[in-house]
Design a protein around this ligand. Structure first.
Ligand code: GDG
Length: 475
Protein backbone atom coordinates (compact mmCIF):
# COMPACT_ATOMS: atom_id res chain seq x y z
CA UNK A 1 0.00 0.00 0.00
CA UNK A 2 1.34 3.44 -0.83
CA UNK A 3 2.27 5.77 2.02
CA UNK A 4 0.49 9.05 2.63
CA UNK A 5 2.90 11.97 2.88
CA UNK A 6 1.34 15.10 4.31
CA UNK A 7 3.17 18.36 3.71
CA UNK A 8 2.08 21.49 5.53
CA UNK A 9 3.81 24.66 6.57
CA UNK A 10 3.82 23.77 10.22
CA UNK A 11 3.93 20.30 11.67
CA UNK A 12 1.82 20.77 14.76
CA UNK A 13 3.35 19.93 18.11
CA UNK A 14 1.07 17.14 19.25
CA UNK A 15 0.40 16.76 22.95
CA UNK A 16 -1.70 14.11 24.69
CA UNK A 17 -4.92 15.95 23.94
CA UNK A 18 -4.19 16.36 20.22
CA UNK A 19 -2.83 19.47 18.54
CA UNK A 20 -3.29 22.97 19.92
CA UNK A 21 -5.11 25.90 18.32
CA UNK A 22 -5.35 25.88 14.53
CA UNK A 23 -7.76 24.20 12.19
CA UNK A 24 -5.27 22.72 9.77
CA UNK A 25 -3.39 20.96 12.54
CA UNK A 26 -6.57 19.54 14.04
CA UNK A 27 -8.01 18.32 10.72
CA UNK A 28 -4.77 16.95 9.30
CA UNK A 29 -3.72 15.17 12.47
CA UNK A 30 -7.13 13.54 12.80
CA UNK A 31 -6.88 12.39 9.20
CA UNK A 32 -3.31 11.06 9.47
CA UNK A 33 -3.44 9.24 12.79
CA UNK A 34 -5.84 6.66 11.29
CA UNK A 35 -3.94 5.89 8.10
CA UNK A 36 -0.39 6.42 9.33
CA UNK A 37 2.29 7.93 7.10
CA UNK A 38 4.61 10.90 7.26
CA UNK A 39 4.00 14.54 8.11
CA UNK A 40 6.65 16.90 6.74
CA UNK A 41 7.05 20.61 7.41
CA UNK A 42 8.45 23.39 9.55
CA UNK A 43 9.21 22.54 13.19
CA UNK A 44 8.31 26.02 14.42
CA UNK A 45 11.97 26.80 15.22
CA UNK A 46 13.57 29.94 13.82
CA UNK A 47 17.36 29.75 13.54
CA UNK A 48 19.66 32.77 13.53
CA UNK A 49 22.20 31.01 11.29
CA UNK A 50 23.50 27.63 10.18
CA UNK A 51 22.11 24.82 8.07
CA UNK A 52 18.71 23.55 9.25
CA UNK A 53 18.59 19.74 9.42
CA UNK A 54 15.58 17.45 9.22
CA UNK A 55 14.60 15.74 12.49
CA UNK A 56 12.65 12.47 12.24
CA UNK A 57 10.42 11.28 15.06
CA UNK A 58 8.19 8.20 15.05
CA UNK A 59 4.99 8.41 17.03
CA UNK A 60 2.85 5.33 16.58
CA UNK A 61 1.93 5.06 12.91
CA UNK A 62 3.03 8.62 12.08
CA UNK A 63 6.57 9.79 11.29
CA UNK A 64 7.07 13.49 11.92
CA UNK A 65 9.76 15.00 9.69
CA UNK A 66 10.46 18.56 10.73
CA UNK A 67 12.98 21.24 9.91
CA UNK A 68 13.73 24.73 11.24
CA UNK A 69 13.64 27.94 9.22
CA UNK A 70 16.37 30.54 9.04
CA UNK A 71 15.30 33.98 10.30
CA UNK A 72 15.29 35.54 6.84
CA UNK A 73 13.20 32.67 5.45
CA UNK A 74 10.74 32.98 8.30
CA UNK A 75 10.43 36.73 7.68
CA UNK A 76 9.97 36.50 3.93
CA UNK A 77 8.14 33.23 3.39
CA UNK A 78 6.00 32.93 6.52
CA UNK A 79 5.51 36.30 8.12
CA UNK A 80 5.78 38.19 4.86
CA UNK A 81 4.28 36.73 1.71
CA UNK A 82 2.16 34.00 3.35
CA UNK A 83 0.65 36.00 6.17
CA UNK A 84 0.90 39.65 5.16
CA UNK A 85 0.02 39.12 1.46
CA UNK A 86 -1.85 35.88 0.82
CA UNK A 87 -3.82 35.55 4.08
CA UNK A 88 -5.52 38.98 3.87
CA UNK A 89 -6.09 38.70 0.10
CA UNK A 90 -7.65 35.26 0.34
CA UNK A 91 -9.89 36.53 3.15
CA UNK A 92 -11.10 39.41 0.98
CA UNK A 93 -9.10 42.02 2.90
CA UNK A 94 -7.39 43.72 -0.03
CA UNK A 95 -7.06 46.77 2.25
CA UNK A 96 -4.62 44.83 4.46
CA UNK A 97 -2.54 43.31 1.66
CA UNK A 98 1.14 44.23 1.85
CA UNK A 99 3.40 43.25 -0.97
CA UNK A 100 7.17 43.13 -1.20
CA UNK A 101 8.84 41.52 -4.18
CA UNK A 102 11.72 40.23 -2.04
CA UNK A 103 9.26 38.46 0.23
CA UNK A 104 7.69 36.76 -2.75
CA UNK A 105 11.14 35.67 -3.92
CA UNK A 106 11.72 34.31 -0.42
CA UNK A 107 8.40 32.45 -0.57
CA UNK A 108 9.37 30.79 -3.86
CA UNK A 109 12.88 30.06 -2.61
CA UNK A 110 11.69 28.43 0.62
CA UNK A 111 9.16 26.30 -1.27
CA UNK A 112 11.94 25.06 -3.56
CA UNK A 113 14.25 24.41 -0.61
CA UNK A 114 11.60 22.53 1.38
CA UNK A 115 10.81 20.41 -1.68
CA UNK A 116 14.51 19.53 -2.02
CA UNK A 117 14.58 18.49 1.65
CA UNK A 118 11.62 16.18 1.13
CA UNK A 119 12.89 14.45 -2.03
CA UNK A 120 15.38 12.06 -0.32
CA UNK A 121 12.63 10.88 2.05
CA UNK A 122 10.23 9.92 -0.76
CA UNK A 123 9.49 6.46 -2.13
CA UNK A 124 8.26 5.80 -5.63
CA UNK A 125 4.67 4.98 -4.76
CA UNK A 126 4.12 7.61 -2.05
CA UNK A 127 1.07 9.79 -2.44
CA UNK A 128 1.82 13.39 -1.52
CA UNK A 129 -0.85 15.68 -0.10
CA UNK A 130 0.19 19.31 0.29
CA UNK A 131 -1.80 21.70 2.48
CA UNK A 132 -2.55 25.36 2.33
CA UNK A 133 -1.50 28.74 1.02
CA UNK A 134 2.09 28.66 2.27
CA UNK A 135 2.90 25.89 -0.21
CA UNK A 136 1.24 26.88 -3.48
CA UNK A 137 4.49 26.44 -5.53
CA UNK A 138 5.38 23.12 -3.85
CA UNK A 139 4.31 20.76 -6.65
CA UNK A 140 6.11 22.87 -9.23
CA UNK A 141 9.22 22.64 -7.08
CA UNK A 142 8.90 18.86 -6.65
CA UNK A 143 8.38 18.37 -10.37
CA UNK A 144 11.46 20.48 -11.08
CA UNK A 145 13.36 18.09 -8.80
CA UNK A 146 12.15 15.14 -10.90
CA UNK A 147 9.40 13.83 -8.61
CA UNK A 148 6.76 11.86 -10.55
CA UNK A 149 4.46 10.90 -7.65
CA UNK A 150 0.82 11.89 -7.43
CA UNK A 151 0.55 15.28 -5.71
CA UNK A 152 -2.66 16.80 -4.40
CA UNK A 153 -3.30 20.17 -2.77
CA UNK A 154 -5.97 21.25 -0.32
CA UNK A 155 -6.65 24.91 0.39
CA UNK A 156 -7.94 25.39 3.93
CA UNK A 157 -8.83 29.05 3.44
CA UNK A 158 -11.22 30.63 0.92
CA UNK A 159 -10.18 31.06 -2.71
CA UNK A 160 -11.03 34.68 -3.47
CA UNK A 161 -12.98 36.14 -6.36
CA UNK A 162 -10.72 37.05 -9.29
CA UNK A 163 -11.06 40.78 -8.75
CA UNK A 164 -9.69 40.35 -5.22
CA UNK A 165 -6.94 37.94 -6.25
CA UNK A 166 -5.72 40.47 -8.79
CA UNK A 167 -4.60 42.58 -5.80
CA UNK A 168 -1.74 40.08 -5.32
CA UNK A 169 0.83 41.11 -7.93
CA UNK A 170 2.10 37.60 -8.82
CA UNK A 171 -1.46 36.20 -9.03
CA UNK A 172 -0.86 34.61 -12.40
CA UNK A 173 2.29 32.80 -11.31
CA UNK A 174 0.46 31.50 -8.25
CA UNK A 175 -2.43 30.08 -10.23
CA UNK A 176 -0.02 28.62 -12.74
CA UNK A 177 1.82 26.95 -9.84
CA UNK A 178 -1.45 25.49 -8.58
CA UNK A 179 -1.95 23.90 -11.99
CA UNK A 180 1.15 21.74 -11.41
CA UNK A 181 -0.80 19.66 -8.87
CA UNK A 182 -2.79 16.63 -10.04
CA UNK A 183 -5.80 17.46 -7.88
CA UNK A 184 -6.86 20.69 -6.19
CA UNK A 185 -9.28 20.58 -3.27
CA UNK A 186 -11.28 23.56 -2.04
CA UNK A 187 -13.48 23.79 1.03
CA UNK A 188 -16.69 24.80 -0.76
CA UNK A 189 -18.29 25.10 -4.17
CA UNK A 190 -18.09 28.91 -4.15
CA UNK A 191 -14.29 28.61 -3.66
CA UNK A 192 -14.04 26.11 -6.52
CA UNK A 193 -16.17 28.40 -8.70
CA UNK A 194 -13.92 31.36 -7.91
CA UNK A 195 -10.89 29.33 -9.00
CA UNK A 196 -12.59 28.21 -12.22
CA UNK A 197 -13.61 31.78 -12.92
CA UNK A 198 -9.95 32.85 -12.76
CA UNK A 199 -8.91 29.96 -15.01
CA UNK A 200 -11.44 30.88 -17.68
CA UNK A 201 -11.51 34.66 -17.49
CA UNK A 202 -7.97 35.59 -16.46
CA UNK A 203 -5.83 32.64 -17.55
CA UNK A 204 -7.64 31.80 -20.82
CA UNK A 205 -8.01 28.16 -19.76
CA UNK A 206 -10.99 25.81 -19.85
CA UNK A 207 -12.97 23.99 -17.21
CA UNK A 208 -15.50 21.19 -17.59
CA UNK A 209 -17.60 19.36 -15.09
CA UNK A 210 -17.14 15.60 -15.48
CA UNK A 211 -19.75 12.92 -14.75
CA UNK A 212 -17.85 11.90 -11.59
CA UNK A 213 -18.37 15.39 -10.14
CA UNK A 214 -14.76 16.53 -10.56
CA UNK A 215 -13.96 19.60 -12.60
CA UNK A 216 -11.36 19.06 -15.27
CA UNK A 217 -9.08 22.03 -15.89
CA UNK A 218 -6.79 22.80 -18.75
CA UNK A 219 -4.58 25.84 -18.34
CA UNK A 220 -0.93 26.83 -18.69
CA UNK A 221 -0.36 23.67 -20.73
CA UNK A 222 -1.42 21.48 -17.80
CA UNK A 223 -4.38 19.19 -17.23
CA UNK A 224 -5.60 18.64 -13.70
CA UNK A 225 -8.76 18.13 -11.68
CA UNK A 226 -10.41 20.15 -8.93
CA UNK A 227 -13.23 19.53 -6.50
CA UNK A 228 -14.82 20.73 -3.28
CA UNK A 229 -14.03 18.76 -0.11
CA UNK A 230 -15.54 20.39 2.97
CA UNK A 231 -13.36 19.41 5.93
CA UNK A 232 -15.13 17.78 8.87
CA UNK A 233 -14.57 16.73 12.48
CA UNK A 234 -15.16 13.51 14.42
CA UNK A 235 -18.46 14.54 16.03
CA UNK A 236 -18.85 11.50 18.27
CA UNK A 237 -15.30 11.78 19.60
CA UNK A 238 -15.92 15.45 20.45
CA UNK A 239 -19.28 14.60 22.05
CA UNK A 240 -17.50 12.07 24.24
CA UNK A 241 -14.80 14.57 25.25
CA UNK A 242 -17.48 17.12 26.09
CA UNK A 243 -19.53 14.67 28.12
CA UNK A 244 -16.46 13.51 30.02
CA UNK A 245 -15.64 17.12 30.94
CA UNK A 246 -19.15 17.97 32.09
CA UNK A 247 -18.28 17.65 35.78
CA UNK A 248 -14.69 18.83 35.43
CA UNK A 249 -13.25 21.87 37.17
CA UNK A 250 -13.49 24.39 34.29
CA UNK A 251 -17.20 23.76 33.83
CA UNK A 252 -17.85 23.83 37.59
CA UNK A 253 -16.01 27.15 37.84
CA UNK A 254 -17.96 28.58 34.93
CA UNK A 255 -21.28 27.50 36.37
CA UNK A 256 -20.58 28.71 39.89
CA UNK A 257 -19.53 32.11 38.54
CA UNK A 258 -22.58 32.41 36.31
CA UNK A 259 -25.16 31.73 39.05
CA UNK A 260 -27.65 30.33 36.55
CA UNK A 261 -27.11 33.01 33.90
CA UNK A 262 -26.97 31.91 30.29
CA UNK A 263 -23.73 31.86 28.37
CA UNK A 264 -22.77 32.64 24.80
CA UNK A 265 -19.44 31.07 23.78
CA UNK A 266 -16.88 31.90 21.08
CA UNK A 267 -13.43 30.40 20.45
CA UNK A 268 -11.14 31.74 17.72
CA UNK A 269 -7.49 32.36 17.09
CA UNK A 270 -7.18 36.12 17.55
CA UNK A 271 -7.38 36.90 13.85
CA UNK A 272 -8.98 39.86 12.05
CA UNK A 273 -10.78 37.46 9.69
CA UNK A 274 -12.85 36.10 12.58
CA UNK A 275 -15.09 39.17 12.94
CA UNK A 276 -14.48 39.62 16.67
CA UNK A 277 -15.06 43.37 16.90
CA UNK A 278 -18.39 43.15 15.05
CA UNK A 279 -19.36 40.23 17.28
CA UNK A 280 -18.63 42.21 20.47
CA UNK A 281 -20.69 45.11 19.15
CA UNK A 282 -23.63 42.86 18.33
CA UNK A 283 -23.60 41.51 21.87
CA UNK A 284 -23.59 45.10 23.11
CA UNK A 285 -26.52 45.84 20.77
CA UNK A 286 -28.44 42.95 22.31
CA UNK A 287 -27.96 44.52 25.74
CA UNK A 288 -28.89 47.97 24.36
CA UNK A 289 -32.13 46.79 22.80
CA UNK A 290 -33.19 44.13 25.28
CA UNK A 291 -32.86 45.36 28.86
CA UNK A 292 -34.33 42.04 30.04
CA UNK A 293 -31.09 40.32 28.93
CA UNK A 294 -28.91 42.51 31.14
CA UNK A 295 -27.43 40.57 34.03
CA UNK A 296 -29.01 37.43 32.54
CA UNK A 297 -26.34 36.38 30.05
CA UNK A 298 -22.54 36.52 29.74
CA UNK A 299 -20.49 36.25 26.58
CA UNK A 300 -17.24 34.27 26.87
CA UNK A 301 -14.69 34.90 24.12
CA UNK A 302 -11.62 32.66 24.19
CA UNK A 303 -9.06 34.00 21.71
CA UNK A 304 -5.59 32.41 21.89
CA UNK A 305 -2.73 34.48 20.46
CA UNK A 306 -1.60 33.90 16.89
CA UNK A 307 0.93 35.60 14.55
CA UNK A 308 1.49 38.19 17.24
CA UNK A 309 4.56 39.62 15.46
CA UNK A 310 2.42 41.03 12.64
CA UNK A 311 1.15 44.56 12.91
CA UNK A 312 -2.42 43.73 11.83
CA UNK A 313 -2.65 41.21 14.66
CA UNK A 314 -1.35 43.64 17.28
CA UNK A 315 -3.94 46.06 16.01
CA UNK A 316 -6.91 43.67 16.30
CA UNK A 317 -5.79 42.76 19.81
CA UNK A 318 -5.77 46.39 20.90
CA UNK A 319 -9.18 46.98 19.32
CA UNK A 320 -10.68 44.01 21.12
CA UNK A 321 -9.23 45.01 24.44
CA UNK A 322 -10.69 48.47 23.96
CA UNK A 323 -14.12 47.13 22.92
CA UNK A 324 -14.45 44.62 25.74
CA UNK A 325 -13.33 47.24 28.27
CA UNK A 326 -15.75 49.80 26.89
CA UNK A 327 -18.74 47.45 26.81
CA UNK A 328 -18.02 46.04 30.25
CA UNK A 329 -17.60 49.59 31.53
CA UNK A 330 -21.06 50.45 30.23
CA UNK A 331 -22.95 47.41 31.47
CA UNK A 332 -21.04 45.50 34.15
CA UNK A 333 -22.46 45.37 37.67
CA UNK A 334 -20.82 44.33 40.92
CA UNK A 335 -22.06 40.77 40.44
CA UNK A 336 -22.02 40.54 36.63
CA UNK A 337 -19.39 40.83 33.89
CA UNK A 338 -21.04 40.92 30.44
CA UNK A 339 -17.96 39.96 28.36
CA UNK A 340 -15.22 37.61 29.47
CA UNK A 341 -12.44 38.12 27.00
CA UNK A 342 -9.73 35.51 27.56
CA UNK A 343 -6.54 35.84 25.51
CA UNK A 344 -5.10 32.39 26.14
CA UNK A 345 -5.23 28.81 24.96
CA UNK A 346 -7.12 25.95 26.62
CA UNK A 347 -6.92 22.20 26.21
CA UNK A 348 -9.16 20.68 23.60
CA UNK A 349 -11.14 18.69 26.18
CA UNK A 350 -11.78 21.85 28.20
CA UNK A 351 -13.08 23.66 25.13
CA UNK A 352 -15.43 20.79 24.30
CA UNK A 353 -16.81 20.81 27.85
CA UNK A 354 -17.27 24.58 27.77
CA UNK A 355 -19.12 24.31 24.46
CA UNK A 356 -21.49 21.83 26.02
CA UNK A 357 -22.06 24.05 29.04
CA UNK A 358 -23.02 27.08 26.92
CA UNK A 359 -26.41 28.03 25.47
CA UNK A 360 -25.21 29.66 22.27
CA UNK A 361 -22.21 29.02 20.00
CA UNK A 362 -21.39 32.38 18.45
CA UNK A 363 -19.28 31.89 15.30
CA UNK A 364 -19.25 34.93 13.06
CA UNK A 365 -16.13 35.23 10.90
CA UNK A 366 -16.03 37.85 8.16
CA UNK A 367 -14.55 35.10 5.94
CA UNK A 368 -13.52 31.56 6.79
CA UNK A 369 -12.59 28.60 4.64
CA UNK A 370 -14.66 26.27 6.79
CA UNK A 371 -14.52 27.04 10.54
CA UNK A 372 -14.11 23.91 12.63
CA UNK A 373 -15.24 25.62 15.82
CA UNK A 374 -18.79 25.76 14.42
CA UNK A 375 -18.69 22.00 13.85
CA UNK A 376 -17.07 21.31 17.20
CA UNK A 377 -19.67 23.41 19.01
CA UNK A 378 -22.55 21.41 17.56
CA UNK A 379 -20.77 18.10 18.17
CA UNK A 380 -20.21 18.94 21.85
CA UNK A 381 -23.87 19.60 22.67
CA UNK A 382 -25.97 17.60 25.06
CA UNK A 383 -28.31 15.62 22.75
CA UNK A 384 -31.15 16.07 25.27
CA UNK A 385 -30.71 19.80 25.70
CA UNK A 386 -28.58 21.27 22.90
CA UNK A 387 -27.46 24.87 22.51
CA UNK A 388 -27.98 26.96 19.38
CA UNK A 389 -25.34 27.81 16.77
CA UNK A 390 -25.28 31.38 15.43
CA UNK A 391 -23.15 31.19 12.29
CA UNK A 392 -21.80 33.65 9.74
CA UNK A 393 -22.91 33.10 6.17
CA UNK A 394 -19.28 33.73 5.18
CA UNK A 395 -17.94 30.65 6.97
CA UNK A 396 -17.64 27.64 4.68
CA UNK A 397 -19.51 25.69 7.37
CA UNK A 398 -22.66 27.68 6.55
CA UNK A 399 -22.91 25.73 3.27
CA UNK A 400 -23.59 22.59 5.31
CA UNK A 401 -24.98 23.60 8.71
CA UNK A 402 -28.43 24.75 7.72
CA UNK A 403 -29.68 24.10 11.25
CA UNK A 404 -27.72 27.14 12.47
CA UNK A 405 -29.10 30.67 12.70
CA UNK A 406 -27.28 32.13 9.72
CA UNK A 407 -26.21 35.77 10.06
CA UNK A 408 -24.33 38.42 8.14
CA UNK A 409 -21.45 39.46 10.42
CA UNK A 410 -21.60 43.04 9.15
CA UNK A 411 -25.25 43.37 10.18
CA UNK A 412 -24.90 44.24 13.87
CA UNK A 413 -28.64 44.49 14.47
CA UNK A 414 -29.26 41.22 12.63
CA UNK A 415 -26.69 39.45 14.79
CA UNK A 416 -28.16 40.94 17.98
CA UNK A 417 -31.59 39.68 16.87
CA UNK A 418 -30.19 36.22 16.21
CA UNK A 419 -28.60 36.12 19.68
CA UNK A 420 -31.97 37.04 21.19
CA UNK A 421 -33.70 34.32 19.15
CA UNK A 422 -31.09 31.75 20.14
CA UNK A 423 -31.31 32.56 23.84
CA UNK A 424 -35.08 32.07 23.88
CA UNK A 425 -35.40 29.16 21.42
CA UNK A 426 -37.74 26.42 22.67
CA UNK A 427 -36.32 22.93 23.25
CA UNK A 428 -38.23 21.31 20.38
CA UNK A 429 -36.70 23.67 17.83
CA UNK A 430 -33.23 23.37 19.35
CA UNK A 431 -33.49 19.59 19.14
CA UNK A 432 -34.63 19.61 15.52
CA UNK A 433 -31.81 21.93 14.47
CA UNK A 434 -29.19 19.99 16.43
CA UNK A 435 -30.26 16.61 15.03
CA UNK A 436 -30.21 17.95 11.51
CA UNK A 437 -26.67 19.29 11.94
CA UNK A 438 -25.35 16.21 13.75
CA UNK A 439 -26.58 13.99 10.93
CA UNK A 440 -24.67 16.16 8.47
CA UNK A 441 -21.51 16.15 10.61
CA UNK A 442 -21.57 12.38 10.95
CA UNK A 443 -22.11 11.90 7.25
CA UNK A 444 -19.17 14.12 6.33
CA UNK A 445 -16.68 13.50 9.11
CA UNK A 446 -12.96 14.07 8.74
CA UNK A 447 -12.32 10.50 7.51
CA UNK A 448 -14.85 10.99 4.74
CA UNK A 449 -13.08 14.22 3.79
CA UNK A 450 -9.70 12.49 3.64
CA UNK A 451 -10.98 9.37 1.88
CA UNK A 452 -12.84 11.33 -0.83
CA UNK A 453 -9.74 13.40 -1.52
CA UNK A 454 -7.42 10.39 -1.56
CA UNK A 455 -9.78 8.40 -3.77
CA UNK A 456 -9.97 11.23 -6.29
CA UNK A 457 -6.22 11.79 -6.20
CA UNK A 458 -5.76 8.10 -6.92
CA UNK A 459 -8.07 8.35 -9.92
CA UNK A 460 -7.03 11.58 -11.57
CA UNK A 461 -3.48 10.87 -12.56
CA UNK A 462 -4.37 7.60 -14.21
CA UNK A 463 -7.20 9.21 -16.09
CA UNK A 464 -5.46 12.43 -17.05
CA UNK A 465 -2.92 10.50 -19.05
CA UNK A 466 -5.60 8.76 -21.10
CA UNK A 467 -8.19 11.51 -21.57
CA UNK A 468 -8.86 13.10 -24.95
CA UNK A 469 -8.65 16.92 -25.13
CA UNK A 470 -11.68 18.87 -23.89
CA UNK A 471 -14.47 19.31 -26.39
CA UNK A 472 -16.66 21.64 -24.44
CA UNK A 473 -15.66 24.39 -22.07
CA UNK A 474 -17.79 25.76 -19.28
CA UNK A 475 -17.30 28.66 -16.89
C1 GDG B 1 -8.04 27.10 9.06
C2 GDG B 1 -9.09 27.86 8.24
C3 GDG B 1 -10.59 25.87 8.37
C4 GDG B 1 -8.91 27.27 18.97
N1 GDG B 1 -8.55 27.77 20.17
C5 GDG B 1 -8.03 26.75 20.85
C6 GDG B 1 -8.06 25.61 20.05
N2 GDG B 1 -8.62 25.96 18.91
C7 GDG B 1 -8.91 25.01 17.82
C8 GDG B 1 -10.39 24.94 17.54
C9 GDG B 1 -10.38 24.42 16.12
C10 GDG B 1 -9.12 25.08 15.56
O1 GDG B 1 -8.30 25.45 16.64
C11 GDG B 1 -9.47 26.35 14.78
O2 GDG B 1 -9.98 25.95 13.55
P1 GDG B 1 -10.88 26.87 12.64
O3 GDG B 1 -11.36 26.02 11.54
O4 GDG B 1 -11.97 27.43 13.46
O5 GDG B 1 -9.97 28.09 12.13
P2 GDG B 1 -8.43 28.28 11.58
O6 GDG B 1 -7.43 28.07 12.63
O7 GDG B 1 -8.44 29.64 10.96
O8 GDG B 1 -8.26 27.14 10.47
C12 GDG B 1 -10.48 27.38 8.60
C13 GDG B 1 -9.45 25.14 9.04
O9 GDG B 1 -8.18 25.69 8.68
C14 GDG B 1 -9.47 23.66 8.69
O10 GDG B 1 -9.46 23.45 7.32
O11 GDG B 1 -11.81 25.42 8.92
O12 GDG B 1 -11.44 28.05 7.81
O13 GDG B 1 -8.96 29.27 8.47
O14 GDG B 1 -10.21 23.04 16.07
O15 GDG B 1 -11.01 24.11 18.47
N3 GDG B 1 -7.61 24.39 20.43
C15 GDG B 1 -7.09 24.31 21.68
N4 GDG B 1 -7.01 25.40 22.52
C16 GDG B 1 -7.48 26.62 22.15
O16 GDG B 1 -7.44 27.58 22.95
N5 GDG B 1 -6.63 23.13 22.10
Amino acid sequence: MSRLIIVSNRVAPISEGGPAAGGLAVGVYDALKETGGMWFGWSGDVLASGQPQIALEERGPVTFATIGLLRRDYDQYYRGFSNATLWPAFHYRADLVQYDRHEYEGYSRVNAWLAQQLVPLLREDDVIWVHDYHLIPFAQALRAAGVKNRIGFFLHIPFPASQVLLAVPPHRELVQALCAFDLLGFQTRPDLRAFCDYIVNEAGGTTALQPDGLTRIEAFGQTLCAGDYPIGVYPDEIAELARAGERGKPVRTLKSTLHGRKVIMSVDRLDYSKGLVERFRAFERLLDHTPAQRNKVSFVQIAPPTRADLHAYQDIRLRLEAESGRINGRYAELDWTPIWYIHRQYERAVLAALFRASNVGYVTPLRDGMNLVAKEYVSAQDPEDPGVLVLSRFAGAAQELSGALIVNPLDIDGMADALGTALSMPLAERLARYQDMMAQLRENNVSVWRDRFMRDLGRVSVRQASLPPLERAQG
